[in-house]
Design a protein around this ligand. Structure first.
Ligand SMILES: O=C[C@H](O)[C@H](O)[C@H](O)COP(=O)(O)O
Length: 238
């Protein structure tokens, strides 16, 4: 990752953390961009600028980081509605639909996103894409039982499928499942139809298409930080 990319991720994360208000329940995303928002929320909490917040993490890694930073955490059964969640993404299209799951956290991320009133996505500008699937394979979380059947199913849908590995072994999600990275190049032709097909297949636990979920996008790049809202063509420069 270049120094510029790290700086852009940090700018986007810090901008998003400013949207958190005292008294809120906050969803904390996973990855190298969302962590900057988590750190900034912790800084605001410790400086006294924020008070009385509780958070829920989208992965074991984020949970450990947030606890280390001294953020009060909710239990995993999400006993309260989440006011705002700040998370990263692997690809973002012009209507703010997303591919997520590059870090393997897609299932918890989607659970937290769907339990949130407001989902704010933070990215550096390299994540912007004209059509989902252009730059990134779609992560599909599958149960180990029967996984080769899911691989054939995805191949019949037109994907080139690579079981995700970690140091030579099969990668495991926080839930102990596998990820099949599925490249539908040059792009995914019909995102809603694909999402519906994947959702209907037993053995597929979740997929990384987040459609209609993000309300806000904060993107940082060479021309500064922009804040976009779903359904609004105007980008606000901040
Ligand atoms: O599973 C991981 C998540 O969906 C991440 O939010 C996504 O991969 C983006 O991560 P990063 O900000 O590190 O590029």
């Amino acid at each position: 990752m270049t120094d510029d990319a790290v700086r852009f991720k940090q700018q986007a994360g810090i901008e998003a953390a400013a949207l958190v208000e005292s008294g809120m329940v906050v969803g904390l995303g996973t990855g190298s961009t969302a962590i900057f928002a988590t750190r900034r929320v912790a800084e605001r909490l410790h400086s006294g600028e924020l008070c009385n917040i509780v958070a829920i993490a989208t992965s074991h890694a984020t949970d450990a980081a947030a606890r280390e930073l001294g953020i009060p955490m909710l239990t995993d059964d999400i006993p309260r509605e989440i006011d705002i969640t700040i998370d990263g993404a692997d690809e973002v299209d012009p209507s703010l639909d997303l591919i997520k799951g590059g870090g393997g956290a897609l299932l918890r991320e989607k659970i937290v996103a769907q339990a949130s009133r407001r989902q704010v996505i933070v990215v550096d500008e390299s994540k912007l894409s004209p059509r989902l699937g252009t730059h990134w394979p779609l992560p599909v979380e599958v149960l180990e039982f029967g996984w080769r059947s899911q691989k054939r199913f995805l191949e019949r849908l037109g994907a080139v499928v690579t079981p995700r590995k970690n140091n030579g072994d099969l990668y495991r999600t926080d839930q102990g499942n596998m990820i099949l990275d599925s490249r539908f190049g040059p792009f995914i032709h019909d995102v809603p139809v694909l999402a519906q097909g994947l959702g209907a297949r037993a053995g597929i636990i979740e997929h990384g298409l987040f459609i209609g979920i993000a309300q806000d996008l904060i993107v940082a790049g060479v021309s500064g930080v922009r804040h976009m809202r779903r359904g609004s063509s105007a980008a606000v420069h901040v």
